[in-house]
Ligand binder design. Structure first.
Ligand SMILES: *[C@@H]1O[C@H](CO)[C@@H](O)[C@H](O)[C@H]1NC(C)=O
Ligand SMILES: *[C@@H]1O[C@H](CO)[C@@H](O)[C@H](O)[C@H]1NC(C)=O
Ligand SMILES: *[C@@H]1O[C@H](CO)[C@@H](O)[C@H](O)[C@H]1NC(C)=O
Ligand SMILES: *[C@@H]1O[C@H](CO)[C@@H](O)[C@H](O)[C@H]1NC(C)=O
Ligand SMILES: *[C@@H]1O[C@H](CO)[C@@H](O)[C@H](O)[C@H]1NC(C)=O
Length: 780
């Protein structure tokens, strides 16, 4: 799943609307329609970024008791504060449902994309959201990496593993952020070499330029304070976005007209591309630095770049595209679908990781964009060490060795806060390594601590163990092997043992060691507690159920409405002949009443009421509908019966004319066929007569299914007689072989070719196949 930052959820008095259904409420239900919430993942309400964005939103952000950012809406006629994880969980629920409907099977595993600059807290927050939606997240993949995967996996001509890799730059400018990565490709593998980004440069900023311009322009021209009216402002945003897209395709003067914009005033203005570019000068100046930065980080020159692939809607702005191609000195490529590349990459990664699919392997090595350090207190001094330097490969684990006599804490943090698009460098305030004891002789124990950045880009102190040294007189090999150096991680990168805080160590012979796992207590910034998470999961379940009930209720109501319109149309159309004048007018009246009721008392009723209403209408409509249906089917049924009768009569005549084809039939049997056919004919003529005299507004004398039953009855008597096989003609032995004779039968399989000759098998089929003439009868 790649959740576009535009994803939208609207809260209503009875249900939630998600996606397109919610988009239509952006203006009409502005306060309860939330968009662009992805950027608030893992952020405190007091975060300056949140505080700055708050003012530009139509919906309200609040501080939750934990200090994190919440969204306040009216839902089910109640004020509710949802966490960002819950809201993203709702979106994922919807995506899950859509996928399940398309695949017709349950979906559990998923891969979710996040911007590559997301920090630990933001990633954890998204992981929690996947749990709320009942999903098992196989990987949080960086958006840039997803794009690179979508590019690489189908490329047939990548350099072999031992050859020089192909370096490709991916530039993704979406609605709210700008991300650049450079990746090295070989057959079946990609390695991210460097990434850089501008976390706030995106289409939204370009829209804002236009919005600002027109707010001022219309403000002066029409004396309007647009920013004071959220609905007007939202409309202006929508129109500016459209205008921006038009300008990407058309350089001439373009109109900006909005009818009934504010206080019943129609507004109009103009804009053109060159003027827009002038306004966006500062934004366009921000395109180049990240491009320069990736090359510098990866130590590559422009000549080393094989291709520059652009994705994301905002790269459609010609000036943005130009800046990029000018910097690299080459045309940019658009091999990938600008809007879908990230989602495709996610789907591919999910297929690779999930056992349910067979996809070619494609290994991905990503990197850690911000250096991570650990800090610890020891009796002697404060310690500090950078465990993962910038652009270190990921996922990756490292084992650190400490010498301690008692439990100790580790603190993880991002060591270059200036690079961080996040105010708090802390990752975990403390990871407490518990149950550390001195050795039996009172000296410090050796404690091995494994730290890792996992496949989701999330840091953890994943395990710790105490190495107990037993002095021994026995002549045993020293067992200083490091169990933890063997990684259980599915990491493509190697793990390395890193010694920290380690005094010079005299190599002791003849020692035996055992390791004891130590418990670790984690305390993370903004981690949702287990209980809380379970509560959210439960609440999501309730809301899903509520949406389902509301949908069923609404469907039941729509069914009544549809029936009313459909019947009303047909009563003066195809059903007209089948209902009496009186019945029609009373039914029409009833339908009209129902329609009025739907707009008044019936506007908002429980599901059962609609179901009952529909049943009531159907008692009146059903007989009419049935009469119509019968009249459609009856002629065909009579026709079929007529044909069948004629076919048997024809056989009877042929028999009587001594046709060789039937000379093996028994006379008495043929007489039985004749009698049955005559009786059926009489029955049919009788019914036809009665039906022709009967008014169409009354139930028919005979139903199509009775006529079909008659056909069945007739054939069950006659067919065995007329299709009786001709006795086998004994041929002299050598004549049995000739291919001319047996030819047509060959290939039919032993079973039926044995008893029938070619001539017979065609003869038996003949009446049915050749008799196409319609019976000369008047039918309805
Ligand atoms: C929510 O319910 C209303 C009717 O109460 C309906 O019009 C709307 O389509 C529903 N939304 C969704 C997403 O089902
Ligand atoms: C939502 O949060 C606001 C601000 O913290 C608080 O005043 C309000 O009572 C909360 N509402 C609910 C329903 O918890
Ligand atoms: C550009 O827009 C103008 C004004 O709406 C229109 O007259 C013109 O046909 C458009 N040109 C193209 C190439 O679409
Ligand atoms: C664009 O608008 C500016 C200012 O309104 C005007 O000076 C310029 O001639 C226009 N350019 C085009 C190509 O229409
Ligand atoms: C991308 O994702 C990985 C996890 O696979 C993570 O470790 C890393 O920090 C991310 N890389 C970048 C450049 O953001």
């Amino acid at each position: 799943f790649s959740s576009p930052c535009r994803s939208c959820i609207a809260f209503g008095p009875k249900n939630r609307s998600i996606g397109a259904a919610a988009k239509s409420q952006v203006i009409s239900n502005a306060k309860n329609t939330v968009q662009s919430f992805k950027r608030f993942h893992g952020r405190a309400f007091s975060d300056p970024f949140v505080q700055a964005e708050k003012a530009n939103l139509a919906y309200e952000l609040v501080q939750l008791p934990t200090g994190s950012t919440g969204i306040k809406v009216m839902y089910m006629e109640e004020e509710r504060n949802f966490t960002i994880e819950q809201v993203t969980g709702m979106l994922l629920t919807k995506l899950k449902e859509t996928a399940e409907n398309a695949l017709k099977k349950p979906v559990v595993d998923c891969v979710v994309s996040v911007p590559c600059f997301y920090t630990d807290a933001e990633r954890r927050s998204v992981m929690d959201a996947t749990q709320i939606a009942g999903l098992n997240c196989l990987r949080l993949i960086n958006e840039t990496t997803a794009v690179a995967l979508a590019y690489g996996i189908y490329k047939q001509d990548l350099p072999a593993l031992e050859e020089k890799p192909r370096n490709v730059v991916f530039v993704d400018m979406g609605h709210s952020a700008y991300q650049v990565s450079v990746c090295a490709f070989n057959k079946g593998k990609l390695k991210v070499l460097a990434t850089s980004f501008d976390t706030t440069l995106g289409g939204r900023k370009f829209d804002e330029m236009l919005v600002e311009y027109f707010c001022e322009e219309f403000g002066k021209k029409y004396k309007l304070d647009i920013k004071s009216k959220i609905r007007a402002l939202l409309r202006l945003y929508q129109e500016c976005e459209k205008l921006k897209k038009l300008m990407s395709a058309n350089a001439s003067d373009l109109p900006m007209n909005i009818e009934c914009f504010m206080n019943d005033i129609d507004v109009s203005g103009t804009m053109n591309r060159s003027k827009f570019l002038e306004m966006c000068d500062d934004l366009l100046a921000r395109v180049e630095p990240p491009l320069r930065s990736v090359l510098e980080q990866a130590k590559l020159k422009k000549e080393d770049i094989y291709a520059v692939e652009i994705v994301g809607g905002t790269t459609r702005i010609p000036a943005v595209k130009e800046k990029i191609s000018k910097f690299f000195g080459k045309e940019v490529s658009t091999t990938l679908n600008a809007d879908e590349a990230v989602a495709r990459g996610c789907a591919l990664q999910c297929a690779i990781l999930s056992p349910a699919f067979k996809v070619r392997e494609f290994s991905i090595t990503d990197l850690i964009p911000y250096p991570i350090s650990l800090r610890w207190n020891s009796p002697a001094e404060e310690g500090d060490c950078e465990v993962f330097p910038k652009n270190h490969a990921a996922p990756f684990s490292k084992v650190l060795t400490f010498y301690r006599k008692e439990p100790f804490t580790l603190e993880a943090y991002y060591s270059s806060p200036k690079e961080l698009p996040y105010p708090d460098p802390a990752i975990g305030t403390h990871f407490l390594v518990q149950k550390v004891t001195p050795q039996t002789d009172g000296s410090s124990s050796k404690v091995k601590v494994k730290v890792r950045v996992n496949i989701h880009g999330i840091f953890s102190v994943s395990s710790a163990s105490l190495v107990e040294v037993h002095k021994s007189d026995e002549n045993e090999e020293p067992m200083e092997t490091d169990q933890h150096a063997k990684e259980e991680e599915t990491s493509q990168a190697d793990s390395k043992d890193k010694k920290v805080d380690q005094p010079p160590q005299a190599k002791k012979a003849k020692v035996k060691t055992t390791t004891v796992d130590l418990p670790i207590e984690n305390q993370l910034v903004w981690q949702i507690g287990k209980d809380m998470l379970n509560l959210f999961i439960e609440n999501e379940g309730k809301m899903i159920m509520q949406d389902k009930l509301e949908k069923e209720r609404n469907d039941a109501k729509n069914a009544v409405e549809e029936y009313v319109y459909d019947m009303r149309d047909k009563l003066c159309g195809i059903y007209e002949k089948f209902v009496s004048e009186d019945d029609r007018s009373s039914f029409t009246l009833k339908l009209e009443d129902t329609e009025n009721w739907l707009y008044e008392d019936g506007e908002d009723q429980p599901k059962q009421i609609y179901i009952d209403k529909l049943t009531e209408l159907k008692t009146l409509g059903q007989p009419i509908q049935a009469r119509f249906q019968e009249s459609e089917e009856r002629p065909k049924a009579f026709e079929d019966l007529g044909k069948q009768i004629q076919q048997y009569m024809k056989t009877v005549h042929a028999f009587k004319a001594k046709d060789e084809q039937y000379d093996h039939l028994d006379e008495a049997d043929v007489a039985k066929v004749e009698k049955s056919a005559n009786e059926a004919m009489e029955w049919m003529n009788n019914k036809l007569n009665l039906q022709n005299k009967r008014s169409l507004t009354l139930d028919p004398v005979i139903k199509a299914k009775d006529i079909q039953a008659k056909i069945k009855e007739l054939t069950s008597i006659c067919n065995p007689i007329v299709t009786k096989p001709k006795p086998k003609v004994e041929l002299p032995k050598e004549e049995q072989k000739p291919t001319e004779l047996n030819g047509p039968v060959e290939g039919q399989g032993e079973a039926d070719s044995g008893s029938q000759t070619a001539e017979e098998s065609t003869a038996a089929a003949a009446p049915a196949a050749t008799e196409k003439k319609l019976p000369e009868m008047d039918i309805d």
